[in-house]
Structures are given as structure tokens and as C-alpha cells.
Design a protein around this ligand. Structure first.
Ligand code: G1P
Length: 272
């Protein structure tokens, strides 16, 4: 049963300094809602209501966000402002939130391994909140539907401009059906000259729990960090791993440009 979703959220968000000096980057708002709340809403839509946050120092605001604020609720009770907290209240009722701290920043693979105790021996989703996805059915829901058919690890992919391959994990594979690739190889952040394709992994994964055994012995890769891309690549040597070209629109909210574009997009959508 797929009910669990990990949210790696220990990173510093240095690209947004000074905004992220005392505030987690996952709490940066797109209009009036923090990035991580959009992510949790996407997980809920996919039926993943056991939320596991891989947290770190200075991330307490995330825990407080997904909790009742009695003082505030009392203050606005009976006023027109009350409705503004309706959505987040529903989220708190629907989900369980568990937190674990990543003590050393050894990469995304290491962050996911840190979450092992939160997911146990179950398949699970991973959502990187700074890849903000919108427009229609949530990406995780699309992937969960695929998982029920194939029962294997799945990464969300999209085509990126060739000069940007160095920012992403890149997959290579055979297109089995429209937009669905059986992966034969994956490379983390290759230079354009070394990239096998321009099919980039974006921050949505469904992983089977055998990934943890691989991660335990995974050597550091690109940037000297333990890369989830390398671990999934190993997994793909033993069993099927899929790349799925999701439907929808993604904004890279880990960059200032993407963040501003997402903000404008959501604002325009809210107005219309
Ligand atoms: C991570 C992954 C990378 C993936 C990207 C998607 O990189 O390592 O494979 O393409 O997320 O956003 P990061 O952005 O953390 O450097």
C-alpha cells in the first residue's frame, strides 16, 4: 500500500539568502501558501497522507505550520479571516506528520536514507517541494496510478534545454508507450556533451524499499554527495525502473527566476 511520502527539507536554500537565513526555503510562499503546503496537498491528492519530513537545523517553522496555532485560531475565531486557515486545518486532520533530522548534508540519496525509519518496508513517494508542479491532476497522483500497474520505482521526467542538463539527473531508456520510458541508464548532472538525452528527472519519485539497501552502500557521486540518481540506476540494473513524462507544468522554485514565474502564474490563475 502506498501511503507514505518523504519530503527532503534539510537544505539551506542559499540561493534565496538573506530570505532563508532564519526561515526554511520550503516555507517561501507562492502568493499566500508555502511551497511545502502545495507539496503536501499534492501528496494527499495521491492518497499519500503519512508525511515524513527530513528536516534539519532551523526548520522548526515547518513543524509549526502543520500544527494548530491555538492563540492565532482563538484570535481570528468568528472573523472573516477564519476561512483563510480552513485548508491547512483540513490538511492537519487528514495527515500524520513525522520528522527526522539529517545531521550531515551528504546529498539527496543520504537524505532519503535518513527517512528509512519513517517509511519502513513500504513503497513510498518522494517530493522535492522546490519543484513546484501545477495544472490539472497532480504529478504524484499520476505516478501512483502508474505504480499500481507496474509496481516498480518511477521517476518523473521532463525535457529540458540541452544546455541545462548539468542541473539535473538525466535518464536514458526505451519508450515503451507514449511518455513512459524503461530506464537503461541514469547520470547525475552531466555536462551537455556527456548527457545521453535531455530527459531530466524532476522532484517526484515513487520508490520501492529495496532502494535503502542500495543507498546504504552507495558511494558519493556528483558533487561528492550520495545521489539518489545513482542508487535508482543501480536498482534499474536488477529490475525495471520507469521514467514518466508527467502532464502539467513545473516551475523550478529553487531558482529566483522559477520562483517569480510560479508566483506570477499562480497569481494570474487566482485572479481569473
Ligand atoms: C535533485 C536530484 C536531481 C534532480 C533534481 C530535480 O537535484 O539530485 O537528479 O534532477 O533534484 O529538481 P538538486 O536540485 O537537489 O541539485
Amino acid at each position: 500500500m502506498l501511503t507514505k511520502c518523504l519530503f527532503p527539507a534539510a537544505g539551506y536554500g542559499t540561493r534565496f539568502l538573506p530570505a532563508t537565513k532564519a526561515m526554511p526555503k520550503e516555507m517561501l510562499p507562492i502568493v499566500n501558501k508555502p511551497l511545502i503546503q502545495y507539496g503536501v496537498e499534492e501528496a494527499i491528492e495521491a492518497g499519500l497522507t503519512d508525511i515524513g519530513v527530513i528536516s534539519g537545523r532551523g526548520k522548526r517553522a515547518i513543524e509549526d505550520h502543520f500544527d494548530i496555532s491555538y492563540e492565532l485560531e482563538h484570535q481570528i475565531a468568528g472573523t472573516s479571516k477564519e476561512s483563510l486557515l480552513e485548508d491547512i486545518r483540513k490538511i492537519i486532520e487528514q495527515c500524520t506528520f513525522s520528522y527526522t533530522r539529517q545531521i550531515n548534508m551528504n546529498g539527496l540519496g543520504h537524505a532519503i536514507l535518513t527517512g528509512e525509519r519513517l517509511v519502513g518496508d513500504n513503497p513510498f513517494g518522494v517530493l522535492l517541494a522546490d519543484d513546484f508542479c501545477t495544472n490539472g491532476t497532480g504529478v504524484l497522483k499520476q505516478m501512483v496510478d502508474l505504480f499500481s500497474e507496474y509496481q516498480c520505482s518511477i521517476v518523473a521526467i521532463e525535457e529540458v534545454p540541452e544546455e541545462e542538463t548539468h542541473k539535473y539527473g538525466i535518464i536514458e531508456g526505451k519508450e515503451m508507450e507514449d511518455g513512459l520510458f524503461k530506464i537503461s541508464n541514469m547520470v547525475e548532472k552531466p555536462d551537455p556533451a556527456d548527457a545521453p538525452t535531455n530527459l531530466a528527472i524532476i522532484g517526484r519519485y515513487i520508490l520501492t524499499p529495496d532502494i535503502f539497501d542500495i543507498l546504504r552502500t552507495q558511494e558519493p557521486g556528483a558533487n561528492g554527495e550520495v545521489q539518489i540518481t545513482d542508487a535508482i540506476n543501480q536498482q534499474g540494473k536488477k529490475r525495471m525502473v520507469l521514467g514518466y513524462k508527467f502532464h502539467g507544468r513545473r516551475f523550478d522554485c529553487g531558482s529566483i527566476d522559477g520562483f517569480v514565474q510560479a508566483t506570477n502564474y499562480v497569481y494570474e490563475t487566482m485572479k481569473s
